[in-house]
Design a protein around this ligand. Structure first.
Ligand code: AMP
Length: 281
């Protein structure tokens, strides 16, 4: 695996592959890699001639300074995992390389970022769009792989590619979970073993939501979820929304949409965890 730290070096390396009409599959990450990331790499490996992974903890998408400061950084282990997965190229830029000047681009996602993560993390998706657009322009991939775990992010990145005619196909990848159902996340590294056990309640609740969606109303389902988390010590429900999968707008009745996803964000101590489950598609 080749490692590049500068945009110029990466670009000139990739140019020969592009000229030879080789397809580039791209997996952007913030590192502290786990099986969730690795399934994206595997999917990219199976569909492209060349696989490029980036690791960059993007400061402009963090709306919380302590989250940024505490974000796990495990670059040596990450590199080994990528080598094992036959990743061809790792792009590892510094902050200065990505942002030599302060950035103040503003993106408009319509109503897509007015709810859920967008509503609770002001500026987050603008920061995601800044880095993703820049990375797409540097790597020029044919396909880019995103996890359904960050469902709202995937919808917003898809809109970004449409709005700016970026010639890249966004490939959604399934959520990878721990044995107890907890969605894998780099932030899980900050959880104690007891926390990890407790966090299983998130997916257990979502699975129950799916069952209840067959017979209970949306407001009954929401009350059920609120009650489940009231019972949990050291755990705070930030939001639980049942939304249309494309518009991301919250639904009041099941009849309002045939493509429905339930999304949740929970604080467990100092760690914020998100998850979702598709109810109808
Ligand atoms: P991150 O490093 O958290 O920015 O994530 C990089 C990519 O990996 C994003 O597209 C995430 O949605 C995806 N990802 C993170 N965790 C998981 C998971 N548990 N299952 C599938 N994809 C994931």
């Amino acid at each position: 695996m080749e490692i590049f730290k500068t945009i110029d070096a990466l670009r000139s390396h990739l140019e020969s592959f592009r000229k030879a009409d080789k397809s580039i599959g791209f997996v952007p990450t913030m590192g502290a890699l786990h099986e969730g990331h690795l399934t994206l790499i595997r999917e990219a490996r199976s569909e492209n001639d060349l696989v490029v992974c980036s690791i960059f903890v993007n400061p402009v998408q963090f709306n919380n300074a302590s989250d940024l400061a505490n974000y796990p950084r495990t670059i040596e282990a990450d590199t080994q995992m990528l080598v094992q997965e036959n990743c061809d190229v790792l792009f590892l830029p510094s902050e200065k390389e990505m942002y030599p000047e302060p950035v103040n681009e503003q993106y408009d996602f319509g109503d897509l970022d007015k709810v859920m993560e967008g509503a609770h993390r002001p500026g987050h998706f603008n920061g995601v769009a800044i880095v993703v657009k820049k990375l797409f322009e540097i790597v020029e991939p044919v396909r880019a792989y995103f996890g359904l775990k960050d469902y709202q992010q995937m919808v917003i990145v898809h809109k970004l590619t449409k709005d700016y005619n970026l010639p890249v196909e966004i490939i959604p990848c399934s959520i990878v979970r721990e044995e107890n159902g907890l969605a894998m996340s780099s932030r899980n590294e900050r959880l104690s073993p007891a926390d990890r056990n407790q966090a299983a309640v998130i997916y257990q609740t979502l699975k129950m939501v799916k069952i209840k969606s067959g017979f209970a109303s949306i407001s009954e389902v929401k009350s059920y979820v609120i009650k489940q988390f009231r019972k949990q010590k050291n755990m705070q429900l930030e939001y639980f929304e049942i939304v249309d999968m494309y518009t991301l707008q919250p639904l009041k009745t099941w009849a309002q949409s045939t493509t429905v996803i339930a999304c949740i964000a929970v604080w467990l101590g100092e760690v914020r965890l998100i998850d979702n489950i598709i109810l109808f598609s």
